[in-house]
Design a protein around this ligand. Structure first.
Ligand code: APR
Length: 236
């Protein structure tokens, strides 16, 4: 089995009841990005931002992984040294399905971050404005989620995985936000086969050698079943 690097987006959690961002009823249809997902928005109105993430944290905590999350965990379990999951999602559904070493490039709802000293700790279910950092005591606690204008996490590690990928798979992402939307080019340049599985073509479908359209709970489950049936040496 060659090295498989999987990038997931909000679409893989859609069938677990968590909203996506850019679908018709998505989060960005109901909230202005600049108000709830930028450092400036947080500085302007921390109560609004905390309320936005408190609601998502509680919704994510009540959600259950779906068949697509479980299929990826099964694939990783079969070839633990070859399957890396990089996610743009801030929910913990991959981990809840049993996936390990998930790379959260946009942070996690379960994490809190001190804007003053960069200390990290498990976020409480609800965070309030003025929440205090347990290390420096500053009233500067924020969700440990990467906002627009901020650098995603773990980029060096991700680019190293892409440089060594035999297969790059993108699942449930619209391909509208970089650097994640550019990963297919990185992987292709490294000689990887590329596969996109999405409900509809993304903005970067043209960059993929192969596309499978449909809901993740069908398309991803079928793909993993094919790989497992073919056994080692298959590259998806
Ligand atoms: N199965 C597969 N794909 C689905 C499903 C499903 N059941 N439902 C929706 N999708 C697809 C949509 O067609 C869309 O292409 O998932 C994609 C979701 O796209 P976005 O809502 O843009 O989410 P994502 O690509 O993860 O956004 C990337 O943008 O706002 C930032 O930080 C945020 O991490 C997020 C980033």
């Amino acid at each position: 089995m060659g090295k498989i690097v999987i990038l997931t987006g909000a679409g893989i959690s859609a069938e677990s009841g968590l909203g996506t961002f850019r679908d018709a009823d998505g989060l960005w249809a109901r909230h202005a990005i600049e108000d709830v997902a930028t450092p400036q928005g947080f500085a302007r109105n921390p109560a609004l931002v905390h309320a936005f993430y408190n609601a998502r944290r509680q919704q994510a905590a009540a959600a259950r992984p779906n068949a697509a999350h479980h299929a990826l965990a099964r694939l990783q379990d079969k070839w633990p040294d070859d399957v890396v999951i990089v996610t743009q999602n801030v929910d913990a559904l991959h981990e809840a399905a049993g996936a390990r070493g998930v790379v959260h490039m946009h942070g996690t709802l379960a994490g809190a971050l001190c804007a003053a000293c960069a200390h990290r700790w498990p976020a409480p279910e609800t965070m309030e404005p003025g929440a205090v950092c347990p290390r420096c005591g500053g009233a500067s606690a924020r969700p440990d989620v990467v906002w627009f204008g901020e650098m995603p996490y773990h980029m060096d590690r991700i680019l190293d995985h892409l440089a060594r990928a035999d297969l790059f798979v993108a699942i449930g992402t619209s391909g509208q936000v970089y650097p994640a939307a550019g990963f297919v080019q990185e992987a292709s340049a490294a000689g990887a086969h590329t596969l996109e599985m999405n409900l509809e073509p993304s903005d970067v479908s043209f960059g993929f050698a192969e596309t499978r359209l449909g809901p993740a709970t069908r398309v991803v489950v079928d793909w993993v079943a094919e790989l497992v049936a073919r056994g080692p040496g298959s590259n998806g």
